[in-house]
Design a protein around this ligand. Structure first.
Ligand SMILES: C[S@@+](CC[C@H](N)C(=O)[O-])C[C@H]1O[C@@H](n2cnc3c(N)ncnc32)[C@H](O)[C@@H]1O
Length: 240
């Protein structure tokens, strides 16, 4: 176990025990190397582009790596009593909407090499950065897509195409639902990564979900393991 600060500021902590305790999963050696490389590439990319303000190793581990994977905890082989733990598709098509510097899509693609991950963003410079990053990571199961979600999700080659849609920090929950649900096949799942969650947001979201033929399957509340920050994940199912 190595969850102590490392001597080198550019090294990520391994956090073996915390991965195991919180997600009942831990990265293998290759995944650990890819996480480290991802961190180094983002810190380097940040010198040219405004990619993220989260660059300190422990904060990066918690807010980018752990948080990205906590949303897909039901599919990490853990034994928590979460209702989506039997994701039935062996090689799901996954889209990360408004991926920015690649979150949550890149950690999910590293954790699940058999997932086919599309990283969508409307900013050309971020997509160009991600193209280079994916090549450097050797992450052949991820590709990029440039455009606005509300336009792309109306195009026939992308509409009703994905099994799983991930969306973090892109807008209100209603906007995220409007972006995500049209991408999903019948039975597909959208995961909305949220911070705090209020009754007002829930009231705004419900009619949007109904209009787009979705159903709010569950809401999970949790705190992050290092700073105990409040998080919620909303799981929306696309109905037939
Ligand atoms: C605050 S960043 C969040 C990035 C990443 N999801 C994360 O959690 O670190 C929001 C990102 O969404 C992208 N974005 C905003 N509106 C969008 C839209 N309509 N379609 C596609 N991308 C969008 C922005 O370019 C930006 O990179």
């Amino acid at each position: 176990m190595n969850s102590q600060p490392t001597q080198n500021d550019s090294m990520l902590p391994l956090m073996v025990d915390i991965w195991q305790q919180t997600l009942n999963w831990q990265p293998d050696e290759k995944q650990q190397r890819q996480f480290q490389q991802l961190y180094s590439l983002i810190v380097a990319g940040n010198r040219q582009l405004n990619l993220t303000r989260i660059t300190e190793p422990f904060e990066f581990w918690e807010k980018h790596l752990w948080d990205s994977l906590r949303g897909i905890a039901p599919f990490l082989g853990n034994t928590l009593p979460i209702p989506h733990s039997q994701f039935p598709i062996p090689n799901p098509q996954v889209i990360d909407i408004g991926t920015g510097a690649g979150f949550p899509g890149v950690p999910c693609g590293i954790a699940h090499p058999h997932w086919q991950v599309t990283l969508l963003d409307s900013t050309r410079k971020k997509i160009a950065f991600l193209d280079t990053l994916l090549a450097q990571l050797g992450l052949s199961n991820a590709t990029t897509l440039l455009g606005r979600s509300e336009q792309i999700n109306q195009q026939s080659q992308y509409r009703k195409t994905y099994d799983l849609a991930l969306i973090r920090a892109v807008g209100s929950a209603s906007v995220c639902a409007e972006y995500a649900l049209p991408f999903l096949k019948s039975g597909g799942l959208a995961i909305l990564y949220r911070g705090h969650w209020t009754d007002e947001e829930a009231a705004d979201l419900q009619p949007v979900i109904e209009k787009l033929r979705g159903k709010l399957e569950s809401i999970e509340a949790f705190t992050t393991p290092l700073t105990q920050s409040v998080r919620h994940c909303l799981y929306l199912r696309k109905l037939g």
